[in-house]
Design a protein around this ligand. Structure first.
Ligand SMILES: [Zn+2]
Length: 335
């Protein structure tokens, strides 16, 4: 079938109507897209900032829609189901990572913008094993960012194996940071949020976390060896040593975003009477996705969103280029 999308033909070009052919395979689901987020990462794909964009590109990797057709082998989905789709579209299901339930590390995986077309479109055809039913009480627009940002943050937190009521720090309070605070609070942890924006203090406190002014070195250093886990959502450079010192022995620093420039650390802070760990995380497995959606439905985890019609995509791109918007922009297709 012919799928109508919004594509970018070459590096730095503007998105324009783009059609591609794809058929519904035996394992696939055809989804009519109702919502897709657009974020700075989409612009970076359009500009080929990471060097792996495959042009022409259709970006958009946080997708919500309704199943319109299923392939012959599909038993877990039905036409009419409301579903969410994230960054990963396929895996081999045979390699050591797939067999261990870590499909996100599959060397044969297909992901949006690198290997296949994404959600800035009217439809998408995806392997049904990467099409996830949305719990009924999740709002379509507010749940859209869960499909990538939510999965990334939730998986990073669960991989820390925190004990009950752990002390946790969150660095950066944008979309990822706010989601992290919600997940951590609802898991029963005590959360401090580090931000250099005093304007975010009220929002942080409303979310149930303690505000720490990260520009005040004295306040930050007072928290020496206080934390079991610190999650950084910062995409700008920061002093990693400062935050390693805030971790207890055996504490963990999780990174879910990275600055473009290299970062230095004092390696001794990892082992001197400490055994501290640093790890990164991006997206998660199919099981992580299902767990995250169930947790979000049970605890009413919602993202801060601003909804715009799909037709206003150019306007959304201008907003992303010129402003630092705290809410995730969600493009909505009329059903
Ligand atoms: Zn595999």
């Amino acid at each position: 079938m012919k799928i109508k999308a919004c594509g970018v033909k070459e590096k730095g070009a503007r998105p324009e109507p783009f059609y591609y052919e794809k058929e519904v395979g035996r394992n696939d689901a055809l989804v009519k897209i109702t919502h897709c987020s657009i974020a700075r990462g989409d612009i970076q794909f359009m500009n080929d900032d990471w060097g792996d964009t495959n042009f022409p590109v259709v970006t958009g990797h946080e997708i919500v829609g309704v199943v319109e057709e299923i392939g012959a082998n599909v038993t877990d989905l039905q036409v009419g189901d409301r579903v969410g789709i994230g960054y990963q579209q396929e895996a081999c299901f045979e390699c050591e990572f797939c067999r261990a339930g870590n499909e996100q590390f599959c060397p044969h995986q297909k992901v949006i913008a690198v290997n296949c077309y994404g959600g800035l479109a009217e439809h998408i055809i995806t392997d049904n094993r990467f099409v996830f039913k949305l719990p009924a009480n999740l709002d379509s627009a507010k749940a859209t960012p869960l499909m990538s940002s939510g999965l990334t943050v939730y998986t990073a937190i669960t991989k820390a194996n925190l004990k009950h009521n752990a002390m946790v720090g969150v660095l950066g309070v944008g979309g990822l940071g706010l989601l992290a605070i919600q997940f951590l609070k609802k898991m029963g942890h005590t959360v401090s949020a580090f931000s250099h924006s005093p304007g975010k203090k009220e929002m942080i406190e409303q979310a149930g976390a303690t505000y720490v002014d990260s520009s005040n070195e004295h306040d930050v250093s007072q928290l020496h060896k206080q934390f079991d886990f610190i999650l950084s959502t910062l995409n700008v450079g920061f002093n990693i040593d400062t935050y390693l010192k805030l971790l207890k022995p055996q504490g963990k620093l999780g990174l879910v975003a990275s600055p473009l420039q290299k970062q230095s650390i004092s390696i001794g802070l990892l082992y001197d009477y400490a055994q501290r760990t640093i790890y990164g995380n991006y997206v998660g497995s199919r099981k992580d996705m299902m767990d995250m959606l169930a947790f979000s439905a049970k605890h009413n985890v919602e993202c801060l969103v601003e909804i715009m019609p799909f037709a206003d995509m150019d306007k959304a791109i201008e907003i992303l280029k010129s402003q630092n918007v705290p809410a995730r922009l969600i493009l909505e297709n009329p059903l």
